[in-house]
Design a protein around this ligand. Structure first.
Ligand code: ZN
Length: 139
């Protein structure tokens, strides 16, 4: 078994930025030559998250609205009193979605649906330079 480690650098804007990573990850995975195994992705940081979705503006906006209903930006957050950084909602949103994904790799292709893209969500209240760790494990 081989383990190949890649890092994607992603510049985000702020407040629910949704970035499609699929083609970038796909290219990195193909370059490893690993055909069968698993691809894991992890975003370090407590205000970023990873998920999959159909990357289409309608459903992206629907997701943003659903997240706003779950953890509204203008609610009271204890975190803001404690740290004064105003991003309590960002931490809660990131915790709900989670920081990682794993995708089966079969015959050199990630087992994603046709309309299933890998997205990084940045919930912070300022632009960030994110790193996404991509581990390709298999043979
Ligand atoms: Zn904070």
């Amino acid at each position: 078994m081989k383990i190949h480690v890649e890092t994607l650098a992603v510049n985000t804007t702020r407040r629910c930025d949704v970035v499609d990573l699929t083609s970038d990850v796909d290219r990195r995975v193909r370059d490893t030559g690993i055909l069968n195994g698993v691809v894991t992705l992890f975003v370090p940081g407590s205000t970023g998250a990873l998920t999959t979705i159909e990357y289409e503006t309608g459903v992206i906006n629907d997701l943003k609205k659903a997240i706003e209903r779950l953890a509204p930006q203008d609610m009271y957050y204890e975190h803001n009193e404690r740290w004064g950084d105003g991003n309590g909602y960002s931490h809660v949103r990131a915790a709900l979605l989670g920081p990682s994904l794993h995708i089966p790799l079969v015959d050199g292709r990630m087992s994603l649906g046709t309309w299933q893209q890998i997205v990084l969500l940045d919930f912070d209240n300022r632009p960030r330079e994110r790193r996404v760790l991509v581990h390709v494990m298999g043979e």
